[in-house]
Design a protein around this ligand. Structure first.
Ligand SMILES: Nc1ncnc2c1ncn2[C@@H]1O[C@H](COP(=O)(O)OP(=O)(O)O)[C@@H](O)[C@H]1O
Ligand SMILES: [Mg+2]
Length: 251
């Protein structure tokens, strides 16, 4: 008999998935996903387009519900509305109000997260500085470029300094210079103890993660550190490891 852990919060994982199944119509899109992301990890979910990354992220954040299996976030069974305060989420498609300014969007999310007073403004300014948008606070979001919208979405995810960040393709459409500065910030947040779970189809981003899960057609094909995955597959880069370990084609 396994001994149940009780009471000790340090024992709960950041994310705990057990035997997740998700179907759309008659089609199984995720099957048998069991995964544990530890607190403080920078964890990457790597897979080609259509492999099920976004579907899994939506189950983790409680936006969607699994047809089978269980999701726990910071020890709490999901979905659970009260968890909104405890993690930052950046969706793959930006959920922004185009007719409002960036600042008005940020104020909206700040109130959703329960930020107020002087901390609210300080956090808005700090989050916008991270993504290099501090000079565009009062611009209407409809006038933002695609890359600027991505950056604003990331600023919103960082706004309340959550202990867990869930980022779905955070750097898509962002130029290389800014991509590098965003990665610098993600690594700095990890140093401070923030858990980061992100999806990517970019191999060099996967290489920066502590551990990665390879996903292919709704199933996890491998979970390990980039180094271990390369060693296991006898390859020298993640792209080759991905293919060797059952990842199949290119993204
Ligand atoms: N709401 C939905 N209804 C039907 N099929 C869906 C829905 N959402 C996702 N899918 C399908 O599930 C599969 C995985 O999609 P997705 O999770 O978006 O992949 P990824 O994020 O890895 O590109 C795709 O085949 C997609 O068409
Ligand atoms: Mg996706």
């Amino acid at each position: 008999m396994p001994i149940a852990m009780s009471g000790d919060i340090s024992q709960t994982a950041a994310v705990e998935l057990h035997d997740i199944v998700r179907k759309f119509g008659g089609r199984t899109v995720l099957e048998g996903i069991t995964l544990r992301v530890e607190r403080g990890e920078l964890f990457g979910l790597l897979g080609p387009s259509g492999s099920g990354k976004t579907t899994l992220i939506k189950l983790i954040t409680g936006i969607d519900k699994a047809d089978g299996g269980t999701v726990r976030l910071l020890g709490e069974p999901m979905p659970k509305l009260a968890m909104l305060h405890r993690f930052g989420y950046m969706a793959q498609s930006d959920a922004l109000y185009g007719e409002l300014t960036a600042k008005e969007n940020l104020l909206f999310f700040a109130s959703l997260y329960g930020l107020s007073g002087s901390r609210r403004l300080a956090r808005i300014e700090a989050a916008m500085a991270v993504v290099g948008l501090q000079d565009h606070l009062n611009k209407q979001v409809a006038a933002y470029s695609g890359g600027m919208k991505r950056r604003l979405s990331l600023a919103i995810a960082l706004l309340h300094e959550p202990e867990l960040l869930v980022l779905d393709e955070p750097t898509v459409g962002i130029d290389p210079v800014l991509r590098q500065s965003i990665w610098k910030e993600l690594l700095a947040l990890r140093e401070k103890g923030t858990t980061i779970l992100l999806t990517t189809h970019v191999m060099d981003e996967a290489d920066k993660c502590d551990r990665i899960a390879l996903i292919r057609e709704g199933r996890l094909t491998a979970v390990d550190s980039p180094e271990a995955l390369k060693a296991k597959s006898g390859t020298t880069n993640i792209e080759d490891a991905f293919i060797a370990l059952g990842g199949g084609g290119r993204s």
